[in-house]
Design a protein around this ligand. Structure first.
Ligand SMILES: [Zn+2]
Length: 410
């Protein structure tokens, strides 16, 4: 079936400016044509979607979510969920979160770690049409050294979990870990190369993985055609992460000119996750159950992330848009704020939208994110002009979401 959208303006995420009086012609699940409405005309038999007064743009993409997590801000609740929920229960709840994310205009997400690798199964269920949700790129479980950022201690010694995290040690261990996640169905590999030190006033960041472990994991993933992303904070551990082959660094708040230059030279993506850091300040340290030292570290990160964003933009680093939804952030309803924060940090509104569409699609190896002939018809129609007011993206009542050429129930 052919459908023709005619709107006041078209943001194709290809050109550096919106096109006035634009049109998108959809054929089945793909875009058949796109451009000025006068050039496209009225192909016979196409159903007309009249978007007068509205903007047509690519569906949004969130490059950093955890659909397996609820978004609770309290560390103790976050931990107890791991002990109380079975993996099927986690998957079923994640299906509701996925639906909520899609309803808020996000037609694709990158899932950055799930206990049991459960989000791989959700991805497949969505692709098969069993449940409705965004397209998912999933890493399965993130790889971490034993006792590292994603394999945290603190459980009683009689407690054991199966497949909650994926600890690996040594270059061979990480190679095997990569192979196991790929066997499970991962679309990319998540590492935890770098973690925070909350207990030391002189240092914030520590390299958890050895450099030969990072290199072995990246070599194996690249050999099999997958990208590698890593949780990072900054400084020398971030530099070591980039040098040893990681394609996308998450958070990465603490940088200097040399690190920014490394990102440019290596073509590394940066997903600065501004929202999750800002979100900490919606709660007191007591409400989160964290130490004073941890709070000070959050304050330092808050400062540093703006400086990094400004330097990265000026240098031409590829900046993606990811919220960390599921970790302190509910799914869907606040996600638009990451785009607004990118704009607060110095990107133009169009650049911020490009980060959440074209750049994220490149990061996810997804054939969407731009309104271009041949791409998937993942489309958002917004009442009004989001370039004047990004908060228009906050309310599903302003949005008509089309995924693969089909309307999503509001
Ligand atoms: Zn995360």
């Amino acid at each position: 079936m052919r459908r023709l959208i005619i709107a006041d303006r078209l943001i194709d995420a290809v050109h550096a400016a919106p096109i006035a009086h634009g049109a998108v012609l959809i054929d089945g699940e793909r875009i058949l044509d796109c451009g000025r409405a006068t050039d496209i005309g009225r192909p016979e038999g196409a159903e007309l979607i009249d978007a007068t007064g509205m903007t047509v743009m690519p569906g949004l993409i969130d490059a950093h979510v955890h659909l397996a997590y609820s978004g609770t801000p309290h560390k103790a609740l976050f931990r107890s969920e791991h002990a109380e929920m079975s993996y099927p229960a986690v998957s079923l709840r994640a299906a509701a979160y996925a639906r909520e994310t899609l309803r808020h205009g996000f037609t694709a997400v990158r899932d950055m770690h799930a206990p049991g690798g459960t989000i791989i199964d959700l991805r497949d269920a969505i692709d098969a049409g069993h449940v409705e949700g965004p397209r998912i790129r999933a890493c399965g479980r993130g790889l971490s050294v034993t006792g590292g950022h994603m394999d945290q201690p603190g459980w009683a010694d009689h407690t054991s979990f199966r497949d909650l995290t994926h600890p690996c040690d040594g270059p061979d261990g990480f190679r095997r870990g990569v192979r196991e996640e790929i066997k499970r169905g991962a679309d990319f590999i998540k590492l935890n190369t770098n973690a925070a030190i909350h207990g030391r006033p002189d240092r914030f960041c520590r390299l958890e993985m050895a450099e030969d472990e990072i290199k072995a994991a990246c070599d194996e993933a690249h050999e099999q055609g997958l990208k590698v992303a890593s949780h990072t904070l900054g400084e020398q551990p971030l530099a070591a992460t980039i040098v040893n082959g990681v394609d996308c660094v998450e958070h990465a708040h603490f940088t200097d000119d040399r690190i920014i230059e490394l990102m440019v030279r290596q073509g590394t993506f940066l997903v600065p996750t501004l929202l999750v850091n800002e979100r900490n300040f919606d709660f007191t340290p007591e409400a989160q159950g964290i130490s004073q030292r941890h709070w000070e570290w959050l304050l330092a990160s808050r400062e540093a992330k703006w400086a990094t964003l400004a330097k990265a933009r000026a240098a031409g680093v590829r900046i993606g848009c990811g919220t960390d939804a599921g970790f302190m952030i509910p799914h869907g309803s606040m996600s638009w704020r990451e785009i607004a924060l990118l704009a607060e940090g110095g990107l133009t509104p169009l650049e911020a939208i490009m980060a959440a569409t074209a750049t994220n699609a490149e990061l996810l190896d997804l054939d969407a994110g731009r309104l271009e002939k041949g791409r998937l018809a993942d489309i958002l129609i917004v009442a009004g002009n989001p370039l004047d007011d990004l908060s228009l993206l906050s309310d599903p009542a302003n949005l008509r979401v089309i995924k693969g050429g089909r309307d999503i129930r509001p």
